[in-house]
Write a protein that binds this ligand. Structure first.
Ligand code: GDP
Ligand code: CA
Length: 320
């Protein structure tokens, strides 16, 4: 195998689209499969099963069984079990679990109960399909994201995001227990062996933020060969979802340059060497450069796999 060894830090849907493009770009280069370090801050226990939404989004997308229209879950899924759970008053009425999706959660929960770690569970799940990438959770510890509200309430991230559609003003995001967590086995080694680490165009606060907060992760990135990020902001707007609310809560403007500055230059203790920003944000290149990060302007719409692969190529080239 020739070509770059790649690690991607990713959240769910944005991470999945980018990972699909990266898989394509690496195949064309005859390069080894990428290692994808996936956010587990979205994870939750619900109706007795463990959900890992970002891990499932990426797994389903790489397997080609994801629902591309709805944007989450399995294609062609049904909701018979969910209706029965609602009839029992179990779970959350505003959180739909598809039948096929529940199969995943049951399998995972069974293996966790048998003593497998989340890393071991994911390895077993990945055997079912030819994913074309190696998936690792950011950590094996349970560090589900909690949202602190202005009125002092603390909600699980999924309740805040899915039930309230991020409409309740947040003051902070926390991952209880993360100070005692460690990167999952293989994560630090993969970063050390990589020619380049890519920060996917994922939610900087609740998808990439938890990964960077795992002790040891920033040190691993500081020692990496190269780190390149891709802006999830295009034309000063989040493309999809409610990342702007998350950014606002931590005092970061919704702009490509502000997110780059939030990640920071590696030379100044941050995580980035270079930052891909959209053509719509070309004006912001000078601000990115002023933060000590090399700006690279490219089309950043992940319209289809070809477009995502072109972005992946641009990110790999930016690492040189
Ligand atoms: P989630 O975990 O499912 O919310 O997904 P991620 O955190 O991985 O990604 C969500 C982010 O992806 C959103 O905040 C968007 O800004 C970004 N995003 C979605 N589609 C695109 C796209 O086509 N191009 C770029 N550059 N960013 C995108
Ligand atoms: Ca997510």
């Amino acid at each position: 195998m020739t070509g770059p060894r790649v690690v991607v830090l990713a959240g769910g849907v944005g991470g999945a689209k980018f990972t699909l493009g990266m898989r394509e770009a690496l195949r064309r280069r005859g390069a080894p499969e990428a290692t994808v370090v996936v956010n587990t801050g979205d994870d939750i226990w619900l109706s007795g099963v463990r959900l890992q939404p970002d891990i499932d989004s990426i797994t389903y997308a790489l397997a080609g069984v994801n629902d591309t229209e709805r944007g989450w879950g399995r294609a062609g899924d049904t909701e018979r079990v969910n209706a029965e759970l609602q009839a029992w008053g179990a779970g959350w009425p505003w959180f739909t679990l598809g039948d096929l999706d529940l199969g995943t959660h049951l399998a995972r929960t069974g293996w966790l109960r048998e003593g497998l770690t989340p890393t071991g569970v994911l390895e077993r799940m990945a055997r079912r399909w030819d994913l074309g990438a190696r998936l690792l959770p950011m950590t094996d510890a349970e560090v589900d994201t909690i949202v602190l509200l202005e009125d002092g309430r603390r909600l699980h991230f999924q309740e805040w995001w899915t039930r309230h559609r991020a409409s309740l003003a947040p003051v902070a995001f926390e991952n209880p227990g993360i100070a005692d967590a460690a990167p999952a086995p293989g994560v630090v080694d993969a970063i050390a062996a990589a020619d380049v680490v890519l920060v996917a165009p994922s939610n900087p606060v609740v998808s990439i933020g938890p990964s960077l907060a795992v002790p040891g992760m920033r040190a691993a990135l500081a020692a990496a060969s190269a780190v390149v990020g891709v802006s999830p902001i295009i034309g000063g707007r989040v493309v999809r979802g409610m990342a702007d609310v998350c950014l606002q809560a931590i005092g970061v403007e919704t702009s490509a340059a502000a997110v780059a500055a939030h990640y920071g230059a590696r030379a100044a203790g941050g995580v980035l060497d270079a930052w891909l920003l959209a053509e719509e944000d070309a004006d912001a290149a000078a601000d990115v450069a002023a933060a000590g990060i090399r700006p690279v302007v490219a089309p950043l719409w992940m319209r289809d796999v070809a477009a995502s692969a072109a972005i992946a190529d641009a990110a790999l080239d930016a690492a040189r």
